[in-house]
Design a protein around this ligand. Structure first.
Ligand SMILES: [Zn+2]
Length: 136
């Protein structure tokens, strides 16, 4: 019997959907897929300057799992940077900390949501989607 894989918790969703390489050596036909939990590991460790112990607690994973996620993330970033390959943030085994939504009109991410106001808190459009749909 296989053990069910636990989902990695993500506190702050990415504000972008990827990074595009520019320059003549850009490999247009390839794309590197950075999983959302890999993005989160880089955010917590390299941007928020947490240590691996703290980041593992935030993502609700074991320390070795966090290390593995982070190593994969760094390899992908290096492949993108050195190899000149675009990187898209998509998929993975993650769970958002809260129910996040994205406005299709003004592109804002938000998590304030009531059944009464089924619209974007910034531009008031009703064209919204869950972030899970956006990053799938
Ligand atoms: Zn909006």
């Amino acid at each position: 019997m296989s053990r069910r894989k636990l989902l990695r918790k993500i506190i702050t969703p990415p504000t972008i959907k990827g990074i595009a390489v520019f320059g003549p050596l850009r490999k247009k036909s390839e794309k590197i897929r950075l999983f959302l939990e890999e993005y989160e590991a880089i955010r917590l460790l390299d941007f928020e300057n947490m240590n691996q112990e703290e980041a593992a607690i935030h993502m609700e994973v074991s320390r070795p799992t966090l290390t593995r996620i982070y190593e994969n993330a760094r390899k992908k970033v290096a492949q993108s940077l050195i190899g000149g390959i675009d990187m898209v943030i998509s998929g993975g085994e993650y769970l958002f900390d809260e129910s996040w939504y994205r406005c299709e009109s003004c592109k804002a991410n938000f998590n304030i949501f009531t059944e009464k106001e089924h619209c974007c808190p910034i531009c008031k459009t009703t064209e919204i989607m869950t972030l899970n749909e956006y990053y799938s």
